[in-house]
Design a protein around this ligand. Structure first.
Ligand code: COA
Length: 415
């Protein structure tokens, strides 16, 4: 079956996580992604956090599926000439080098436009224009600079980063959308354009509800669904809200049977207003249905912790799955805290292709997260990441280089 991005060719200059996430998504939708790596080394993640000596790490393999790899020294004069050909051959150049690296290589936006006016140049940077635009940035720096860390954690603890890679993978997602939009706009303008996704901006976008709360706090001095209410204090900035829900229906993480020994025997529970009656019946508090102190969402706000404690009293007699089953019989929203071990074994995620088993020539079988976005007319088949330089000869031949020229580049250590 044809795929959404068939015919789109990506010159993939990305490394580490943010950029590779973006180009991997484009590859899953059918784009031909040609990853350019330094001869002899390749993407630094090939050798980071290795679990098997001398084998491409899971860090690399899980972020570079469905791509081709070529090696090329793009600082060398002959290498630059090959890169010029690649720029003419491809539709989109994606990069996440430190600020200025592409310019230092001699490939400014103006130069790229001369070589291929239709080319889209897409970049991840740590920060957009401003005081920090020249800084290198990694995931947790972005989480801290984008507002996630100051609003994550408990009130009495330090700022916390989250395990979800919202700075890297989140920004990769943003960039992928920008690229697809630029490809669409090119259909009418005939021109390429620059696409920038800054990690700070991407994290802030994902923390949109916290900027909402900043303005609510400035106006009202208090936020009644936050755990600081009614007994704690609010300052001038949005505080860390523990496990409180980010939306209008209060929620919290509560213990389930086995919590003493199983660190994940917990459930996220939401006191959704439309099912308050059902909640009261399930947890054995039918009197709360009509009691003025509990009957309305507004009346419940100062008593949320007491309510969560009562729900927990009930859930501690059930496993998280039993509790979920019972609550869902009554349409009460909740979710089990699932470990990576449980997710890896979950049959429905395997069946939907969200968790896939991939065969790799040097590491054997490994698990990966497949394409989380499902298109009915563009199915994703996850194929393994390329070995370093696996497609160098193939791609150079497509560019019109003969076997002698390729051999000369190899002798010169350009590829
Ligand atoms: N041939 C020759 N040189 C190459 C090359 C190739 N194929 N590919 C990369 N290089 C060079 C670059 O031109 C650069 O050289 P320069 O510093 O002399 O200009 C050099 O390799 C290193 O690139 P850089 O991006 O600075 O790598 P780094 O390891 O020092 O920094 C990051 C890594 C991630 C901190 C940095 O790239 C960054 O801030 N990127 C933007 C934000 C981002 O994406 N961060 C998240 C990463 S998950």
């Amino acid at each position: 079956m044809a795929r959404a991005l068939d015919g789109v060719r990506i010159l993939d200059f990305t490394h580490v996580q943010s950029g590779p996430t973006c180009t991997q998504l484009l590859a899953w939708f059918g784009a031909d992604v040609i990853k350019v790596e330094r001869a002899g080394h390749g993407d630094i993640t090939r050798e980071q956090l290795r679990d098997i000596p001398d084998v491409d790490s899971l860090y690399f393999t899980m972020l570079n599926h469905n791509k081709r790899s070529i090696t090329l020294d793009t600082k060398n004069k002959t290498g630059k000439a090959v890169l010029e050909k690649l720029i003419g051959y491809c539709d989109v150049l994606v990069e996440n080098f430190a600020p200025g690296a592409l310019d230092r290589m001699g490939f400014t936006w103006e130069r790229i436009q001369q070589l291929n006016p239709k080319m889209i140049v897409a970049s991840v940077k740590g920060f957009g224009p401003g005081p920090y635009e020249d800084c290198k940035v990694y995931e947790n720096v972005a989480q801290c600079a984008g507002g996630a860390a100051s609003t994550t954690g408990f009130d009495d603890g330090p700022p916390l980063v989250t395990g979800a890679q919202i700075g890297d993978s989140g920004t990769g997602l943003h960039l992928a959308l920008g690229i697809v939009c630029a490809l669409y706009q090119r259909k009418t303008t005939g021109r390429g354009q620059r696409v920038l996704a800054a990690m700070q901006d991407g994290v802030l976008n994902l923390c949109r509800v916290k900027l909402r709360d900043q303005q609510r706090l400035a106006r009202n001095k208090v936020m009644k669904e936050y755990p600081q209410y009614p007994k704690g204090k609010f300052g001038s900035a949005v505080p860390r809200a523990g496990n409180a829900s980010g939306g209008g229906q209060p929620g919290w993480i509560i213990k389930c049977k086995g919590w003493e020994t199983d660190p994940n025997a917990y459930l996220y529970f939401i006191t959704q207003a439309p099912v308050w009656k059902e909640i009261c019946n399930v947890i054995g508090k039918p009197e709360w249905i009509t009691d003025h102190d509990y009957a309305t969402p507004h009346a419940r706000l100062p008593r949320l912790m007491e309510i969560f404690a009562a729900v927990e009293h009930w859930t501690m007699t059930k496993t998280k799955f039993e509790a979920m089953e019972e609550f869902n019989k009554h349409d009460i929203p909740c979710g089990p805290i699932l470990s990576m071990e449980e997710l890896a074994a979950e049959p429905s995620l395997r069946a939907s292709g969200t968790i896939v088993e991939v065969e790799h020539p040097t590491r054997g079988k490994y698990l990966s997260v497949g394409n989380p976005i499902k298109l009915s007319d563009s199915p994703t088949e996850v194929t393994r990441s390329p070995l370093l330089g696996e497609h160098t000869d193939e791609v150079l031949a497509e560019l019109g280089l003969g076997a002698d020229e390729i051999a000369a580049l190899r002798a010169e250590k350009v590829i």
